[in-house]
Design a protein around this ligand. Sequence first.
Ligand SMILES: [Zn+2]
Length: 285
Amino acid sequence: MALTRMDGLLREARGRKQALPGFECWDSGSIQAIVQAAVQTGLPVVFQASPTEYTYCGGPDALTAMVRWYVDRHEITAALHLDHGSTLAHVRECLEAGFTSVMLDASRHPYEENVRLTRAAVEMACDFDVSVEAELGHVGGFEGDLPELDADETLQTDPDQAAEFVAETGTDCLAVAIGTIHGAYRGKPVINIDRLRAIAGQVSQPLVLHGGSMTPDSDIRACIREGIAKINICTELQQEWLAGLDDSRKTNTISVPGTFYAPAHDRMLNLMIAKLELFASGNHT
Ligand SMILES: [Zn+2]
C-alpha cells in the first residue's frame, strides 16, 4: 500500500465512531513495531514524528524513506504526520520529504498569530496535496525543549472560537485542549466531555486528542463517541520501551542486540495493539 493523506482516514474513522492512534516513531525499531501492530490488527494507523524525533532518525527524508519502505511492502493503510511542527520551516521540510500530513502548532501564540501561521501552513500544504492539523487552545505538560505549561482550564479550546478558527484557516483537522496533558498526569485527569461535545457540534473537521497516554479507557471511549478521530500516544510507548530494557538488563547479554532489544520491542508492540483495538472497538455508546 502507499502512504495516504491523514484527513481522509480520520473522516472515515469519525464516521465509524472510531479513532486512529497517532504513534510517535523515532527509529527503525519504533517504525517496525507500528507496522507489525497495523498488520496484526488490520487497522489503519498514523506514523508521526516531531522535529526532535525525525532529527534523531537522520532527518525527515530518512524517516520518510524508512516508513515508506515498510508501508509499501505490507497491506496496511497509513499516513505519515509531522507532530508539533513549531515553524513553517518544519512544515516545509516535511512536505518536501514526502510526509502526507503536517501539524503546525502555533497554539502558544495569540489567536491572530495562530490564524496567520496556520493559514500559511495550509497554503503551503495545498501545493503538495497534504492535509494539515492545527491546535487551538493549548494542551499543557511536557513539550520537549519548550517551557512546561500546566493543564489550565483557561487554555482549553473555546467552541465558538474553534468554529471561527477552522473557517478562517481552512485547517483539515483540529487538535483540541479539553483536559489531557502531554507526558504524565500529576493528578487524576479531568476530561471535559461537555466542552468536546460543544466543539464537535460546531466543527465538522476531524478532532484530535493530544496527550492520550494514561488517559483512562472510559474517557477515551467518551472522547471517540463525541468526535475525536485521532489520539496521540507517545509517553506510554516510551515507558514500555524503557521497562523492556530494564527487563533485558536482568536477563539478557548486552552483546546480542537482537535479543537484548526484543522485550522492549514486544512491550511496545503489545501496547500499540491494545490501543488500536480500543480505539476501533466501536463500543463507544
Ligand atoms: Zn501533542
